[in-house]
Each structure stands twice: as C-alpha cells, then as structure tokens.
Write a protein that binds this ligand. Structure first.
Ligand code: HEC
Length: 511
C-alpha cells in the first residue's frame, strides 16, 4: 500500500526529467571521452555522435562503473589533482539512467554541436618544430616496442620551455612517449646503431650518469624530463611563469612505447616547442626517489616474489611548494605511494596508485600547490609482483627481474616536482639531492670499507697504484679522474687527491 505512491512518484519524476543524449549525455561524452575517442587518437573507436554512443552504451556503462574509463590511476583521498579525469558518481548514475531509459536521443531541435578539435597544433603557433631523425616502421602485429628517438637540436643558447606538443605519425600505434633532455651527446652516438632510426633503451642516461664524474649533473641537470605525451591528454603550458630548462647544446630524446595496432605504420614524429623569453622567477626542481629511475635502489626481484618492496626517503632542507607528481616503472609494478611526513607529525599522501599500469604514466598536477616545510620527510614506496599470478608479468614462468632499460626489466621511481619557497634556497635543495644521490650511488658501487684507504690499492707495495691494482669496476672512475698525467698509474701526488675524494665520500656515507 505504501509502495505504490512512491513508485508512481519516482516514475513521474524520472519521466519529467528524462535523461536524453541531446540534453545530458552528449556534454558528458564530449567533455570526458571524445578527446581520445575520435579519429586519429588513441581510443579504439570514436565516441562523438548519438549513434557512436548508443551502439556501445552497454560496454560504456560497464567501463564507467568499473572506473576503467576515463583512465586515471591515483586514488588519493585528501589531495586533489587539477587534471583529474574521473567522473563523479552522479555522472555515472546519469549514464546508467540513460541506458535504463532505453538510450533516447531527445528533442531533435536540441541536437548537440559536435566538438571541434583543432586540426593544427593545439597550443597555437610553435616557436620551433623539430622532426625526428629518420623514420621507424611499426609492424602491424607482435610485441610492444620500446624505442628512443632523437630530435637533434643543439641550440647555441639556453632556453626555457613552457610546453611541448607531439604530433606522432604512427598515431594508432603510439601508446605513450616521454621526453628527455640529453646534454651528454650520448643519444646521438646511439642513434641508428642497429641499422634503424632511434635506439633501444635509455643508455644515454647512463652516459650522463658517469659523464665528467658528476653524477648529479647527469641525474638532475642533464637527463631531466620535458614531460610526456599520453594518449589523448591535451597538451598544456606550465602555469604562471614556470618553465623547464633546456640547456644549450642539448638534444631531445623521445622514448616511445608502441603497441602494434593491426596496421603497419611509419613513425616520424614532429615535436613543437613553446619557449618563454625570460627565465622564470621560480624554478621547478624535480625530486626523484629513488634517483635515476631506481637504478640506485639495486632492484633485483626473485622469480615468484609477490611483494617486492623498493623504498627511499629524503628530508627537505628548505620549505617548498609541491606542484606535480608522477611515477615511472614497467610491467610488474603494482603500487606506488609517496608520503610527506611534516615536522609536526602530520602525514600527507601525495601519490597513491594501487593498480599501476605502465600505459598510463601521467604527471598529476596538484589542484593547489602543497606547502611542505623544511624538515618534511618524503618517502616513496614501490611494490612489485613477480609471481605467475600477475597477469602483467612479461615472463611465463616468472624469471628473476633486475633494474634495466628494457621494458621487461624493471625501473621504479616517483618524482615530486617542487618550487623552493625562497629562491635563494634552491642551491640548498640541489645540495641535499646531491648528497642523497651520492650516498645511494656510493653504497652501490663502493661498499667495501677497506677500499677507502689509498694504500690498500697498492698491492705490490711499490708506492704507485697501477691500473691493474684497481678493481676493474672502479678503474674508469678512479683512473679517469685522478690519473692526471695519463701514465696509467697514480703517483704520490695523485694518490693524495684520490684520498681526499675518498674522505669526502666517507663523510657523506657516515652522515
Ligand atoms: C586519455 C584517453 C582516453 C579517455 C579520456 C577515454 N578513453 Fe576510453 N579508451 C582509451 C584507450 C587508449 C582505449 C583502448 C585501450 C584500453 O582498452 O585500455 C579505450 C577503450 C575504451 C573502451 C573499450 C573498453 C573495452 O574493454 O573494450 C570503452 C568502452 C571506452 N574506452 C569508453 C570511454 C568513455 C565512455 C570515456 C569517457 C567517459 C573514455 N573512454 C575516455 C582512451 C581513453
């Protein structure tokens, strides 16, 4: 008796405000889906017209309810991102109501204006357009391909970059691309070595890592990122007067992940650069934990290991504002979290990904910059599942997986991009990163305490340290740097310099 009027009133309400494509669904789809789901973009089919959406309404409802689409990985509770793609519960309910109502189109008078996507560069006229060196054939079928390509540049002066926009030619196959600055010239040497345009892996990063004996220049200055190209993500200029530093003489390297799409394609991408004249008042400083994409963390995951953990932490020496966060790993990574423990004990979760997917490696922009005082401890925590139960495992049966540049190797790091609150604090922040990196590297390459005394190298006791007395793996670092006269041995004077270096290293390690 009570139910009938309720049902009746529900019926009248819903028929009064009937959900239609023209009124409710078109704006929802055009705003949240069409950017990717249109010809030439990454979405496998267009979602533009009434017919497009009606035809797939069942699948769409499923992917919305699963929150599989729109793609979005962070699940942070208390921190919001400006570029959040997620739909609200109400929007998802609206779509379900439309399916329930039988997917009506609505008043023909109210046909939606179809969105107009700019056919030329999204951000307007670029300052410089670069073309990838050579062209690369992506086969129709087969395994995913990771490959790095060179955009030769070597400008005579330093530049500040507001934005980059990629125009791939192999549009259906490009899943994502990341841009790196190579100021070591290593990428040029690698390019085309195997007879095809580009090169495999990221060894140019390693080149910079040891170049000139200053790993910091490589890890922060040299191999810094210029952002990424994620399918369908709209290119955006950095807010305010922020800009990315592009040192003179450097090249741009694009690391591309191709996913064969069923048709053969040829990649020869174009890259548009947008500069700003003046150096920004504030500088973006990326803090990568662990540094060098996890190289310093000695990632080594036994076959079958379900919950392999990589952790790193660093204390901020100065107050900063955090603006962006993003992670990098390969297939078997499962979770990625970064927390900030403030000096008052409050813990903030800056990034929380519980379902890592290497295909969606976005940079997440905080809705408002987050103030982190000096003394804040940043902690990154990355887990991997190398068991047969992980459907993303590239090996069956599972194999031991170590850090490396192939996609079937692993990497792992989280990068928090910050702005020092006071400009004059920037060097202190860089120094803290320098010590953090040197400590991580030193622990990896020089664990033996006894090797901290120069005499211990002189095994034949003739007063000289000959090349063959230095363990092979330190030879390049030690002789390259301290054998000033190039006679392949260190005399007393050169040994004194080496001892100074070792002392500095020891004091860093024991800090
Ligand atoms: C950032 C780009 C992007 C956005 C935004 C996006 N999609 Fe997708 N969508 C893709 C890609 C790429 C695929 C194919 C790869 C995959 O399934 O992961 C896909 C696949 C799909 C599929 C097929 C899933 C399946 O299991 O076959 C559906 C349905 C879909 N999207 C609906 C939507 C809807 C609805 C929206 C908006 C609410 C949306 N997508 C927003 C990129 C996007």
């Amino acid at each position: 008796m009570i139910r009938i009027p309720v049902l009746l009133s529900l019926f009248t309400i819903s028929s009064m405000a009937e959900t239609t494509f023209n009124d409710n669904i078109a704006p929802l789809i055009h705003e949240n889906c069409t950017g990717c789901h249109r010809p030439g973009q990454s979405g496998p089919f267009p979602l533009i017209t009434y017919q497009d959406v009606r035809k797939r309404s069942g699948t769409i409802e499923e992917v919305l309810l699963d929150r599989y689409m729109p793609p979005w990985k962070p699940v942070n509770e208390n921190i919001h991102f400006a570029n959040d793609r997620r739909l609200s519960d109400e929007e998802i309910e609206l779509f379900s109501a439309w399916v329930e109502a039988g997917t009506p189109e609505g008043d023909p008078e109210k046909k939606p204006v179809l969105p107009d996507f700019p056919s030329t560069w999204y951000l307007g006229k670029p300052d410089l357009v670069l073309t990838m060196k050579g062209s690369f054939e992506v086969p129709a079928e087969g395994r995913d391909i990771y490959r790095s390509f060179l955009f030769p540049l070597q400008l005579p002066e330093d530049k500040w970059v507001k934005a980059v926009e990629l125009r791939p030619k192999a549009k259906s196959s490009v899943h994502h691309a990341l841009f790196f600055i190579d100021s070591s010239g290593e990428a040029r040497k690698d390019d085309g070595k195997d007879g095809q345009a580009g090169f495999r892996g990221m060894s140019f990063l390693r080149g910079q890592f040891t170049a000139g004996g200053d790993p910091v220049a490589g890890a922060f200055g040299g191999a810094s990122g210029l952002g990424g190209h994620v399918p369908g993500a709209t290119p955006a200029k950095l807010p305010g007067d922020l800009a990315m530093f592009l040192p003179k003489g450097s090249d741009i390297v694009m690391q591309t992940h191709f996913h064969p799409s069923g048709k053969k394609e040829t990649e020869q991408a174009e890259l548009a650069l947008y500069f700003t004249d003046k150096a920004p008042d504030k500088n973006l400083v990326p803090i990568q934990l662990p540094p060098v994409f996890g190289r310093t963390a000695r990632i080594d995951i036994p076959a079958g290991e379900k919950n392999y953990l990589v952790e790193d932490r660093m204390t901020l020496p100065v107050p900063v504002e955090a603006v962006l966060v993003g992670g990098h790993a390969h297939y078997i990574c499962r979770t990625m979290t970064m927390t900030a423990t403030l000096p008052d004990g409050k813990v903030m979760t800056l990034l929380d990904i519980q379902d890592w997917d290497l295909d969606w490696q976005d940079r997440y922009q905080f809705e408002k910059p987050i103030s982190l005082p000096a003394g804040t401890v940043l902690k990154s925590k990355i887990t991997y599942d190398n068991s047969a139960g992980n459907t993303e495992n590239p090996f069956s049966p599972p194999r031991r997986i170590k850090w490396g540049q192939e996609s079937t190797d692993e990497m792992g790091s989280i990068t928090l991009t910050v702005i020092p609150k006071n400009k004059e604090d920037a060097p202190a922040l860089t120094n803290a990163q320098r010590s953090h990196l040197v400590q991580s590297v030193a622990r990896r390459v020089m664990p033996e305490k006894e090797k901290m005394e120069v005499q211990s190298y002189d095994s034949n006791g003739d007063g000289l340290v000959q090349e063959n007395e230095v363990p092979a793996r330190f030879r390049r670092q030690i002789l390259g740097r301290y054998d000033k006269n190039g006679d392949k041995a260190l005399d007393q004077e050169e040994q004194a310099e080496l001892q100074k270096g070792l002392n500095a290293l020891r004091s860093l390690l024991t800090r």
